[in-house]
Design a protein around this ligand. Structure first.
Ligand code: ADP
Length: 745
């Protein structure tokens, strides 16, 4: 009979290799989830070297030891490259140090090098124990009871180059840093008509370069996986940049990935590109190497979320599958998964090998569909002119409009939709000010350059409104559809837009003049739309909230203060829960759950207990519609009254700050992806004999279309939110990470 493997009683966590933002939240998550699972948790400083050194480098951690690190970039545990760990002698010392503490499980947050090293250690474990027994350094019985070793890895790397996870911890933050820098360069470059060449990190992986180029609206990008396809690439690049200037683009921005190379494998450097631009274009050219700026700074909201859920999953892996093959926990299609660690490392290395062998086709194939789509889109976006339409092709006239509140990323979406439509040989007409504008004919044709510079711009250039067409408005819309010969409509917006499109769809059953295909693309910071697990703008809002709450927390110099922060979201608690997770809030109030008097009583009790035990800072996040009576201001008054002088309370209502600002890189990338797919779908429907109007969305990370007529079935009765909200599954995890009254956030 197979014996069930005993679960370990102690685990150690370390960060190793290149540092990455998000390593701290990952360590925090492992420590807290480990303690919650009843394990003793140790932190190891200075990476794998700390295992070799032992002593003070390996310390038992309590929940409070990982308080206050969630917002810190880098790694508080330190990281190092360790030559000692590469030797068996070094690993023997590491084994002895672990055995000393009874540790038989290790969670490593690092790159492929660190994970490989750790796996070698895991494979040698029994041999190392035998040798330690032979040398008389540990007792035989001790070795016998600790023969099973569990290794779980998480990828901490800004490069986003690992198999087994769609995103590595730190990549999103690096994209934030790069995009901020490129936006800044954008303004100075446009002012002087200078050319800028920016080198972006990423080793063998072009992810950071490609995505930042797409997000910032760069003119050219050079990545390792897909070198320029001719030997005369310098000439093609210069021709493209000249054409670009000729049509009025003032920006000349070339992004060069660290590992960029030509068709023959010769490296392409930023300096070489500069020289080419100077010699062939006579352009005043500057090189900016962002260097370690890309690694630094506070982790983005997404990296805090990702590392927290992965840390939690890594502990679960240790508890449920002790021993056995080393596993890597990662995120795939929005799901947390675990895969054999060494298979992931080998596949990762295989891409680098393909690039080294100049087998670029396979390398691109291995990078996956959305990477390839992004590259194709980049090539369309950088064109100075669209492709000429095919003679004989039917030229459609599509309309685009917004409705609902403005969401960051709306302009990015319009830019891509306009260019994709024109490049496919059709016409795009923009409607100003939402459905009101459609009724009264505020409609104009967009040309290629009309959306220049919109990739990074916040707000909504076309204007938006919450107006819902009623009664005679439908006839007015039908008149405009006829007058402008509209063949399809793309609505990029929020709840009001979804409602209006659904009403239009229903009105069309009576009124054939309204029968045109429509696509609704989710753009709302609230993330409250059916047919998509994420809407454009929510990531920017989340980063705005997280940045503000970080500042609010820092302002709490006075000890004994609790903040009640109210965030937006209307009937959807997404922003509240996710910002709670990313800022370490100890209590989150959601409209999905409501607030009861008993909840408030319990929370006051927990807060009092916490502050009584020396806690210095409290944080509660409340969604704006969590309860009609127990508002943030009410909760503040109540807590203060009941805090009995143990703590003071401040309410902070973040308001429209959440909706503002330039879109985050993630929102720009998703807006680009969804807008391009929406246009493809709309064209397909407009050309078909029978059409289906739909919402586009992301389901398990994949683009999906849901028929518009399902709207009523998908939404919660009496509330503005979808019935199915997958993020609600994160509630238990949020509770483990920060319990009310816990000593530190
Ligand atoms: P990353 O984890 O970011 O890829 P490195 O490749 O520098 O970073 O690896 C970090 C550390 O992992 C190395 O300094 C070394 O201690 C350990 N390591 C890497 N490869 C091996 C190996 N083949 N055997 C033992 N240890 C290794």
């Amino acid at each position: 009979m197979l014996k069930t493997p005993q679960r370990p009683t102690s685990l150690a966590v370390l960060t190793s290799g290149g540092d990455a933002a998000g390593m701290n939240p990952a360590v925090r998550a492992v420590v807290r989830a480990g303690i919650d699972a009843g394990l003793e948790v140790y932190t190891v400083s200075e990476g794998l070297q700390g295992l070799v050194d032992g002593g003070d480098a390996i310390r038992k951690a309590g929940s409070e030891d990982v308080g206050g690190i969630l917002h810190q970039g880098g790694t508080v545990l330190g990281t190092a490259r360790s030559d000692d760990f590469r030797t068996r002698e070094g690993r023997l010392k590491a084994a002895r140090n672990l055995i000393e503490h009874g540790i038989t499980a290790l969670i490593v947050i690092g790159g492929d090098g660190s994970l490989t090293g750790a796996n070698i250690f895991r494979e040698e474990w029994r041999g190392l124990l035998d040798e330690l027994v032979e040398r008389g350094e540990i007792e035989k019985t001790r070795a016998a009871s600790n023969r099973r070793f569990t290794l779980v890895g998480m990828v901490g790397s800004i490069d986003n180059d690992m198999f087994g996870t769609d995103m590595t911890i730190g990549a999103d933050t690096a994209l934030h840093r790069i995009t901020e820098a490129l936006d800044a360069i954008h303004s100075t470059a446009s002012s002087h008509q200078r050319a800028f060449v920016v080198e972006v990190m990423g080793r063998n992986c072009g992810y950071l370069a490609l995505m930042s180029a797409l997000a910032a609206g760069a003119n050219w990008v050079l990545i390792p996986e897909s070198p320029p396809d001719t030997d005369e690439w310098e000439e093609s690049m210069c021709r493209a940049l000249t054409a670009s200037r000729a049509v009025g683009r003032r920006l000349n921005l070339v992004i060069v990935a660290e590992g960029a190379q030509d068709l023959h494998g010769n490296p392409i450097t930023a300096d070489h590109v500069k020289q080419v631009l100077e010699e062939q274009l006579g352009a005043d050219t500057r090189v900016t190497s962002l260097g370690h700026v890309q690694r630094g700074g506070a982790p983005s909201a997404f990296d805090r979320y990702l590392s927290t859920v992965l840390g939690y999953a890594a502990v679960e892996q240790v508890v449920t599958s002790p021993g056995g093959e080393a596993q890597l926990v990662g995120i795939k299609e929005h799901q947390i998964i675990s895969s054999p660690l060494m298979e992931c490392v080998e596949e990762t290395r295989a891409v680098a090998d393909r690039i080294a062998e100049q087998d670029y086709e396979t390398a691109m194939e291995m990078r996956g569909g959305s990477f390839r789509d992004s590259f194709r889109l980049m090539r369309t976006m950088v064109r100075a002119h669209p492709h000429a339409p095919d003679p004989g092709q039917r030229q459609l006239r599509l309309g685009i409009l917004h409705a609902g509140a403005p969401a960051p990323g709306m302009n990015t979406a319009v830019r891509v939709a306009v260019r994709e439509t024109i490049d496919d040989g059709h016409t795009m007409l923009a409607v100003s000010a939402g459905f009101r504008g459609l009724e009264v004919g505020r409609i104009r044709e967009m040309d290629w350059m009309s959306v220049n510079g919109w990739a990074s711009r916040g707000g909504a250039e076309l204007g938006t409104s919450r107006h819902l067409p009623r009664g005679r408005h439908f006839d007015m819309i039908a008149d405009q559809i006829e007058a402008h010969r509209l063949d399809g409509l793309l609505m990029v917006g929020g709840w009001a837009g979804y409602r209006a499109c659904y009403d239009l769809h229903r009105a069309a059953q009576e009124n054939p003049r309204l029968r045109i295909p429509m696509v609704c693309m989710p753009a709302s910071i609230n993330n409250d739309l059916p047919g998509s697990e994420l809407s454009i703008g929510a990531d920017t809002a989340l980063n705005n909230i997280v940045g503000d709450v970080d500042k609010i927390k820092q302002s709490a110099v006075a000890s004994g203060r609790c903040f009640v922060v109210e965030v937006m979201g209307r009937d959807c608690g997404y922003l509240a829960l996710m910002s709670g997770l990313a800022t370490g809030a100890e209590r989150v109030y959601l409209p999905e759950e409501g607030i009861t008097l008993d909840d408030l009583r319990d929370d006051i009790k927990d807060l009092r207990l916490g502050f009584d035990r020396g806690k210095r800072l409290g944080l509660v996040i409340s969604s704006e519609y969590a309860d009609p009576v127990y508002t943030a201001t009410f909760i503040k008054e109540l807590f203060e009254r009941e805090g009995e002088g143990l703590f003071s309370v401040r309410a902070s209502i973040l308001g429209h700050i959440q909706q503002g600002g330039d879109p985050s890189p993630f929102d720009r990338i998703q807006a680009t992806r969804l807008a391009s797919k929406s246009v493809d779908y709309l064209i397909e429907q407009a050309l078909a004999e029978e059409y289906t109007s739909a919402f586009i969305g992301l389901e398990q990370g994949k683009v999906r279309f849901t028929p518009l007529h399902e709207f009523e079935e998908l939404i919660e009765e009496g509330a503005r939110r979808p019935q199915d909200q997958s993020w609600m599954a994160l509630l238990p995890l949020a509770r483990v990470m920060a319990k009310p009254g816990a000593p530190a956030l």
